[in-house]
Design a protein around this ligand. Structure first.
Ligand code: ZN
Length: 351
């Protein structure tokens, strides 16, 4: 755990991480972030970086590297070739988490909402600039603001002190309050290609290309532990193949599905189905070899006319997955419907 500042600025709940690491290697290794860095560098060099900057794109280590390195670049006294120097007093303090002129709400999966008290604390601390040059306000995953914390922040966004620099990130921009969104200038990071993601996983985890392909296919950093997916993807995928054979009792096959959190199951099945659809359409994809047999069998077991019915059913399951009631029943119903996707369509009006 990094150091927390306690002296002048109030401590903020959920912002334990105050260290800013300059990380050119991660930025260089993630092409979709490297492109954004080039743009940002030009804006900084020409003095045109918006004071309310909103970086919109996928969260994860590359985005964190981008925000922290940019913050470091802004406070560094003697940047070298565009990167923070790592040697000046500001760089050293930031590296240790003791740079005084920063207020940060780091991304924290445990806090899905940013409470209004946290924003009030942030605002109270944000008016003091001890170092002089710039006051950084970092809010990661800013869509976590709720209505009251958003309104509290809005006052600061509307009339910020001249020295204040907002660096915010957002992943689900449709969840961000429109009033906040309109006060920030958005820079959209492009979506990484699956091959870029795979290469990034391969380098950062030092795993095989095939494992990296699978991780890129899963496309969710929270599913990865020690270089592997946290669930038995072979068993989970196998259930669907078994179901599509239409032999035996479907409810006897779904053990691996019941062992999985439903949102995770829903997303995995949707990814698989997208791969099946690409296969049926004759499109080439970056499908991991290990998934080829399952995707082939699923493609053969369904005709193109069923595509929409299955897709609709999976999306409905994904929506239901957030609902606390009857997790087992909803998985069982999904299995029964997938045996005959047309059934799902017939059931639609009475659900
Ligand atoms: Zn420096």
């Amino acid at each position: 755990m990094a150091e927390r500042r306690t002296a002048e600025a109030p401590a903020l709940a959920g912002n334990a991480e105050q260290r800013l690491i300059s990380d050119p290697a991660t930025i260089e290794g993630a092409p979709w972030v490297r492109d954004a860095w080039s743009q940002l560098e030009r804006l900084v060099d020409t003095g045109r970086l918006p004071h309310g900057l909103l970086l919109h794109g996928r969260m994860g280590a590359p985005m964190t590297a981008l925000v922290e390195t940019l913050a470091r670049r802004l406070i560094c006294h003697q940047p070298r070739e565009g990167w923070p120097c790592d040697e000046c007093s500001a760089c050293r303090q930031a590296e240790q988490g003791s740079f005084p002129d920063i207020s940060r709400l780091a991304d924290d999966p445990a806090h899905r909402d940013i409470p209004v008290d946290v924003i009030r604390d942030l605002i109270a601390g944000a008016w003091f600039t001890r170092y002089g040059k710039v006051r950084l306000v970092l809010i990661e995953r800013i869509e976590r603001l709720n209505r009251s914390s958003g309104n509290a922040l809005l006052k600061l966004l509307e009339e910020p002190p001249d020295s204040m620099q907002f660096l915010c990130t957002v992943e689900q921009i449709d969840r961000l309050l429109p009033t906040i969104r309109s006060r920030l200038q958005r820079l959209r990071l492009r979506e990484p290609r699956q091959s870029e993601l795979a290469e990034w996983w391969r380098k950062s985890l030092n795993c095989t290309a095939e494992d990296a392909n699978l991780l890129a296919f899963a496309d969710d950093p929270s599913w990865v532990e020690e270089g592997e997916l946290v669930f038995d993807w072979e068993a989970v995928t196998g259930v669907w193949v078994e179901l599509s054979n239409r032999r035996g009792n479907p409810l006897g096959m779904i053990g691996p599905w019941l062992a999985l959190p439903r949102p995770m199951l829903a997303r995995w099945l949707l990814r698989l189905w997208a791969a099946v659809a690409r296969r049926q359409a004759g499109l080439e994809g970056d499908l991991p070899q290990a998934l080829e047999p399952a995707v082939d069998q699923l493609a053969k077991a369904h005709d193109a006319a069923q595509w929409l019915a299955v897709q609709t059913r999976l999306v409905r399951f994904a929506v239901e997955a957030g609902h606390p009631l009857h997790p087992e029943l909803s998985v069982e119903q999904l299995a029964l419907d997938l045996v005959d996707p047309r059934l799902a369509r017939r059931l639609e009006p009475i659900v």
